[in-house]
Design a protein around this ligand. Structure first.
Ligand code: BV8
Length: 238
C-alpha cells in the first residue's frame, strides 16, 4: 500500500553503523562481549569502577577515528537535505557517523562519545580524547571531574519531550538497525502507530518489536536504506 507522507521520524540503532565497522551490542561479536552491561553502562558501575568504565568508552571513542559513515548514513543525510517536509532522525547511537554524513535534523537520545560531562561544573563539552587519565574540563579546568556524556541504564534519555511530540505528529515512523531491546526507544513504534503513523522497520533480523510494524524489510542497512530514500524522494511514497 503506497501512501503520501509529510512528517517523518526515523529511529536508528547500532545496526546502521555495523557496516562502518562499529560493533553492535547484542550480536555475536557484540560490544557487551566480555562486559556485562551493568558492569560498564550504569552510574553504579562508574562509582564502583570508574577506570573500567572510562577505558570502555576511551576505546570506543578512539575507534571512531578509524571508521567512516556508510551508504545508509549518507542516504539519510541526503534525505535530510532534500526532504521538504518535517523530518527528525533520533539515534540511539553514541557514534558521530550521522553527524559526519551531514544529517542536521538529528538528535542523540543516548548522548555522544565525543562529548564530556563535567561533574564539577555540569558543563557538557566536545571531547575526543581519553578520559581515564583525568584530563581538565574544557569549561572549568577542573581535573578528574569528567564522565562520558552518555545516557546509561537507569538514566533518562535526552530530549524525550521533543521526541514524544515528534512521534505524536509524524505520519511515517521508520526504525533502522535496532534490536528493540532497550526502552523507551523500543516503545516509539507503538506511540507513533497509536497516533496514526505508518510504521516501517528495516533490520538484519526481526527486532523484538517487529509485530508492531505495518511493514518489515529484512536486510543490510547499507542496501535497504539508500533504496528506501530513493523511493521516498522520487515518489514521496513508501
Ligand atoms: C530509562 C548508551 C528511566 C550506552 C544505551 C531497571 C532499572 C532502570 C531502567 C530499567 C530497568 N529495567 C529496564 C529498564 C529500562 C532500561 C532498559 O530498557 N533496559 C533493557 C536492557 C531491558 N532503559 C533504561 O535504563 C533507559 N532509561 O529507562 O530511564 C528513568 C525514568 C525516570 C527518571 C530516570 C530514568 C536508558 C537506556 C539507555 C542505555 N544506554 N546506550 C552505551 O552506548 O554504552 S543503550 C544501548 O542499547 C545502545 O546505546 C543502543 O542504543 C541500545 C539498543 O541497542 P541497539 O542499538 O538496538 O543495538 P543492538 O546491538 O541491540 O541491535 C543491533 C540491531 O541491528 C540488531 O537487531 C541487528 O539485527 C541489526 N543489525 C546488525 N547489523 C545490521 C543490522 N541491521 C541492518 N543492517 C546491518 N548491517
Amino acid at each position: 500500500m503506497l501512501q503520501r507522507f509529510n512528517n517523518i521520524v526515523i529511529l536508528t540503532g547500532a545496526g546502521v553503523s555495523a557496516e562502518s565497522g562499529v560493533a553492535t551490542f547484542r550480536g555475536p561479536d557484540g560490544l557487551w562481549e566480555g562486559h556485562r552491561v551493568e558492569d560498564v553502562a550504569t552510574p553504579e558501575a562508574f562509582v564502583r569502577d570508574p577506570d573500567l568504565v572510562q577505558k570502555f568508552y576511551d576505546e570506543r571513542r578512539a575507534k571512531l577515528k578509524t571508521v567512516e559513515p556508510n551508504a545508509a548514513h549518507q542516504a539519510l543525510a541526503r534525505l535530510d537535505q532534500t526532504w521538504a517536509g518535517e523530518l527528525l532522525l533520533v539515534t540511539q547511537n553514541v557514534d558521530d557517523l550521522h553527524d559526519r554524513a551531514g544529517s542536521q535534523r538529528l538528535l542523540h537520545m543516548h548522548g555522544e562519545l565525543n562529548r564530556a560531562w563535567c561533574l564539577a561544573c555540569d558543563a557538557r563539552s566536545p571531547f575526543d580524547g581519553d578520559m581515564a587519565s583525568g584530563p581538565p574540563c574544557p569549561a572549568c579546568g577542573q581535573t578528574g571531574s569528567l564522565r562520558p556524556d552518555i545516557v546509561w541504564f537507569g538514566e533518562m534519555p535526552y530530549q524525550m519531550e521533543r521526541i514524544e511530540q515528534a512521534l505524536r505528529s509524524c505520519d511515517l515512523f521508520v526504525s533502522i538497525g535496532t534490536s528493540g531491546a532497550v526502552y523507551p526507544a523500543a516503545g516509539f513504534v507503538q506511540t507513533a502507530r497509536y497516533h496514526g503513523a505508518r510504521t516501517l522497520e528495516m533490520n538484519l533480523d526481526p527486532s523484538e518489536g517487529s509485530f508492531h510494524f505495518h511493514e518489515s524489510r529484512m536486510g543490510r542497512a547499507g542496501e535497504l536504506v539508500p533504496d528506501w530514500v530513493e523511493q521516498v524522494l522520487s515518489h514521496g511514497l513508501c
